[in-house]
Design a protein around this ligand. Structure first.
Ligand code: NOJ
Length: 580
């Protein structure tokens, strides 16, 4: 049996929520009862992530820029989101697309000028949008002045801004590098006959957080941006910032265990507490670190409000589930339910299925075939927008953008992908297999130019884009979807509004139903007398949800089908949300 959606009034397109600060101007606490939540703007916000290189190019050089983003602020506002997380825009030689910073107080030439930044921030604030900046301080660029000085002599005042190991001591114990062609994190530098440490590429030497002078430099940089009025920091790779600088050998076989052996080393919490005291507590800024440590205890400790470190955890276990061979919904449900339960009483989570380090959400977790691309895109969006935690939503997912479909290594620009290809080549790996794997997983899948319209380069740039545009921009693009009230884009706007109108979707207790159903993800959210039911069919076939709830008696709030099912049998990739 099928029924029409009943409540179009809920589907107002634009958001009016102006978000306040986490440290001072907080959202009002809720009235009464055991459901009482500690309300904060950053819990209620929907964060939209913009990868500046790929969003909109204003000057035809094929690289997205700040003026391009400014020209699209009305679009971003129209989505109903509250905050924008911008990947790094600082001065950088771009070995890792800005995650190698050579000037923390300047703007990358490709992206524009400080005047452009000021105009961007002003334009955002005028529209009630917050700005969260990426802060990359586990490492800098090797072209940063600090590193140039540091490598110039063993007695340089900047020597201890980085980690050096004098070669006469022999080779240091192995450390794994994620991006190095050889995966060796120690690079020999003949200028001073010493090795320096780099967990990422050779051009991203790790900063030495043990050095108080370095820490003070970082806090001053943070103050520089906070004084400009930005609203938050995302701390890149920060869980790796603390190191045991005696660099002991790791137990045999565990040298590559990046999370267990490289993350959350003693000292990290002290640095965060100091950062909080020196900077975060003094400004209206929210803070989120990339990664959430080795276990739940770490994740909690990072964001427990009583500890005065960070605001919210950003954990990877959920987003890591999708594999080229597929994934099990039972596993997916188990992971997201477990994380929710651990944070049910205290602390706060981020909810996301994609970012600039992942391939596209619909290609990994949904079904990007023509028959199911639209329904499964909407389903995944429904999941993100109805879970407890702050949604982080990646640019282009609101259109259902898909993986790039590149077939040769030359199409890829990402350093991680290219260096791993070289590594495979040097070590006799199967290159065809590798190419097949990266078609599913390379980070460049999620970095292709934003698909604005059907014109040249999807309306992203009049010049040759730095990364090839996805050929499907002629069918998947914002202009076409603007005109269609049932598009993926307009569905996104509706469900963002639904979340805004219903704090139960932000704060409500989460309960998993029909736990062992391999196709359907069903859960309720309850808060202050309100109860919602979310039904998600993650399969390409009709599937029955055994929730014990008679949806005939429930009010259908939103569905990705024109006609939602009410007898518990869900259509392929159906997503329906009810008020009970
Ligand atoms: C994590 C960032 O998200 C990723 O894009 C980057 O390559 C590494 N950190 C190094 O900064």
């Amino acid at each position: 049996m099928l029924r029409k959606i009943v409540s179009p009034a809920l589907f107002l397109l634009l958001s009016a929520l102006v978000i306040a600060s986490c440290n001072s101007s907080e959202t009002k606490p809720t009235a009464t009862g055991s459901d009482t939540a500690d309300r904060k703007w950053w819990k209620e916000a929907v964060v939209y992530q913009v990868y500046p290189r790929s969003f909109k190019d204003s000057d035809g050089d094929g690289i997205g820029d700040l003026k391009g983003i400014i020209s699209k602020l009305d679009y971003i506002k129209s989505l109903g989101v509250d905050a924008v997380w911008l990947n790094p825009i600082y001065g950088s030689p771009n070995d890792d697309n800005g995650y190698d910073v050579s000037d923390y107080r300047g703007i990358m030439k490709d992206f524009g000028t400080m005047e452009d930044f000021d105009a961007l921030l002003k334009g955002m604030h005028e529209r009630g949008l917050k700005l969260v900046m990426d802060l990359v301080v586990n490492h800098s660029s090797d072209e940063h002045e600090w590193f140039k000085q540091s490598r110039s002599s063993r007695t340089s005042p900047y020597r201890h801004y980085y980690h050096w190991w004098d070669a006469e001591r022999g080779k240091p114990a192995f450390r794994y590098s994620l991006f190095d062609v050889n995966h060796d994190a120690w690079k020999y530098d003949s200028a001073t006959n010493a090795y320096y440490l780099h967990y990422f590429s050779r051009k991203q030497p790790d900063l030495n957080w043990e050095n108080p002078k370095l820490r003070q430099e970082i806090y001053d940089i943070m103050k520089f941006w906070a004084d400009k009025g930005i609203d938050g920091f995302r701390l890149d790779a920060f869980q790796f910032a603390a190191k045991d600088t005696t660099f002991p050998a790791f137990p045999k076989g565990f040298e590559k265990d990046f999370i267990q052996y490289y993350a959350m080393v003693d000292g990290l919490h002290d640095y965060l507490k100091e950062m909080n005291k020196e900077v975060l507590s003094k400004y209206d800024v929210m803070s989120v670190a990339e990664g959430a440590g080795r276990n739940f205890q770490d994740a909690h400790d990072l964001v427990d409000a009583d500890r005065n470190e960070l605001n919210m955890a950003y954990a990877f276990e959920g987003v890591d589930i999708a594999k080229p061979e597929g994934y099990s919904l039972l596993h997916f449900k188990e992971v997201f339910s477990r994380w929710d339960s651990v944070f049910a009483e205290k602390g706060w989570l981020s909810v996301f299925l994609a970012n600039h380090d992942q391939a596209r959400m619909v290609s990994r977790f949904g079904n990007d075939s023509p028959a199911f691309w639209e329904a499964s895109s909407k389903l995944l969006t429904t999941f993100i927008m109805t879970m407890r935690g702050t949604p982080y939503y990646y640019y282009g997912d609101e259109l259902g953008m898909t993986n790039a479909g590149f077939s040769t290594i030359e199409d890829y620009q990402d350093i991680a992908t290219r260096n791993e290809y070289e590594h495979q080549k040097a070590t006799g790996g199967d290159l065809n297999k590798f190419l097949e794997r990266i078609r599913f997983s390379s980070r460049d899948n999620g970095r292709t130019p934003m698909q604005w319209d059907t014109t040249l380069n999807a309306g992203f740039s009049t010049g040759k884009p730095w990364l090839r545009t996805n050929a499907n921009h002629t069918t998947i693009n914002a202009a076409a979807q603007e005109k269609d009230p049932a598009s993926v884009l307009n569905y996104f706007r509706k469900i963002v509004q639904l979340r805004k109108d219903n704090p139960v979707l932000v704060y409500g207790k989460y309960t998993l139903l029909d736990k062992n159903n391999p196709d359907v993800y069903a859960y309720t959210r309850v808060w202050e007398g309100k109860k919602m039911l979310v039904l998600l069919n993650f399969s390409s076939k009709a599937a029955k949800a055994n929730t014990g709830v008679d949806t005939n008696k429930a009010k259908l709030l939103i569905s990705n089908y024109q006609t939602a099912s009410v007898d518990g049998t869900l259509q392929p990739y159906e997503a329906s949300v009810y008020e009970l």
